[in-house]
Design a protein around this ligand. Sequence first.
Ligand SMILES: *Cc1c(COP(=O)(O)O)cnc(C)c1O
Length: 366
Amino acid sequence: MKPVPKEGILDMPAYVGGRDAIKGIANPYKMSANENPLGASPAALAALEKAFDPSVYPDGHATALREALAKLNGLNADNIVCGNGSDDILQLLAQAYLGPGDEVLHTEHAFLIYKLASRATGARPLAVRETELTANVDSLLEAVTPATRMVFLANPNNPTGTMLARDDIVRLHAGLGGDTILVLDGAYAEYCDPQTYPAGFDLVEQHNNVVTTRTFSKAYGLAALRLGWGYCPPDIANVLNRLRGPFNINQPAMAAGLVALEDQGHIEASRSHNAHWREWLVQQLGGIGFSVRASFANFILVEFDSDQQAAAAEAFLCARGVIPRGLTAYGLPHALRLSIGTEAANRAALAALTDFVAEADAETGK
Ligand SMILES: *Cc1c(COP(=O)(O)O)cnc(C)c1O
């Protein structure tokens, strides 16, 4: 006899993150995890330096942080639930609302956590066909069955960088049953144009089955602190608050997050750095023969002619001190994801890819 975990758990591959080190290379450019190359707001770093008493429990309701998030985004603080990273919110949603016999929809090349969080509950995640690496609302709606309980959509999506417009999201929601939750994952929202980004907060307020999630890990540059949040209809907030760990947000994360929210100048600077270098990389890579599709996030998808070429390019880049994200686990073995980095990182990545292409051309006699 031995302890047996719930069904589904041993079918899950463990999550493997982007590489962060290369043997023999001291300070590689890590372009594999979509981190902010400008780092965190200096004010947030200063807040982390401030003394706090580690013997005292943090505010289990994250009240100040929720109020600040509500003020910044024009939301109701009561319906914000904070998480230990937004992964925490995604996991809580799955745990609270999914079980054996339930079906979950996500797009073909979606963030891996959707699949893992669903499987952990015994539910069945289904990957739905995309068009041009973009979520296809018709296909998603065709995949809906009476067993569908949750639909995860990252907007923009990781790792494709593509995005749905508001009309598409509204149409997707309208085709779901009232007992099916639409989860809009806005991990890269801050990189989008604030005037036109379809945040979906209004959908959360108008319906009882839409949740949006956000994170401090990407544009806010606070990935190590593990801080994220969800905006939920009241009943779902109530459920997540019962299920979550009572002190799931630690004190330094709350303190730094609060100050980071006040420094929107840092977010604007990060957005503009990202837009500038993303455009530059797309153009330059176009010049050496890659057709890189438009990305709305802080990374681009570089596609190769074959899986072998992508693997060779990954090894070539790593040997040059540039770490991309291989995408075999995402069903895109012919592509690499490259986070927009510092100017030096972006130039190093371009130089390495230029040499890679030249060597490949020399070999094939082009
Ligand atoms: C990075 C990322 C997250 C955020 O993860 P955290 O747990 O908040 O660090 C969520 N969704 C997507 C699509 C991501 O790429």
